[in-house]
Design a protein around this ligand. Structure first.
Ligand SMILES: [Zn+2]
Length: 195
């Protein structure tokens, strides 16, 4: 009897904790939070979160919700912590404390489990469409997001990497195409200046 009561309480606690994780508040104040089921715990050795991986969504359209729906689908088995739309909308889908599934098989600076040490940002962009631009609203949103991530984790400039730079084998991924990282870093530095 006692054991079954304890089990019942444990199950209730797990359900409550699971529910809390699914309905977590965004790490970045003001971001939407639409949960993805596609995540797990970061590596047990608790490596620090010190990398940001930048991606292009490369979806058929430039609709933010198209990527959000993909990451909401358990069948897709993919996710990222954030999706940033062309209009600057920021949607968080996995809590930063958890391991999102965005980088896949990687090798970067001797590390293979990049998902465990990184925050993933999917930027709505069609790499496959020549001339698809990176609008100011989107660039500014990514810069603000990066500043927000840096308020929680130490991420040096040379750890803000493209998916194409960490995916293994080399050439497995080519995103994000045409993205001006130097401009992003300048914008982030300007935002960090005292007002
Ligand atoms: Zn990617």
């Amino acid at each position: 009897m006692f054991v079954s009561s304890v089990s019942f309480v444990m199950v209730c606690l797990l359900v409550l904790l699971g529910g809390a994780a699914l309905h977590a508040a965004p790490d970045m104040p003001g971001a939407d939070f639409i949960p993805s089921p596609n995540f797990n715990a970061r590596a047990p050795e608790r490596v620090p979160i010190d990398v940001v991986v930048l991606h292009s969504t490369c979806m058929p359209t430039n609709e933010t919700d198209e990527t959000v729906r993909l990451f909401q689908s358990a069948a897709s088995k993919v996710s990222s912590h954030y999706v940033v739309g062309k209009d600057g909308r920021i949607v968080q889908m996995v809590s930063e404390q958890n391991r999102a599934w965005h980088a896949g098989v990687c090798l970067w600076q001797g590390r293979t489990d990049i998902n465990s040490c990184s925050v993933g940002i999917e930027m709505v962009h069609q790499d496959q469409t020549p001339g698809d631009d990176w609008p100011d609203a989107q660039m500014e949103a990514v810069a603000r997001l990066l500043l927000s991530i840096r308020a929680r984790h130490r991420v040096p400039n040379d750890h803000i990497i493209f998916h194409s730079e960490c995916a293994y084998p080399v050439g497995r991924k080519t995103d994000p195409q045409g993205f001006d990282r130097a401009r992003l870093l300048r914008m982030t530095a300007l935002l960090a200046l005292p007002k």
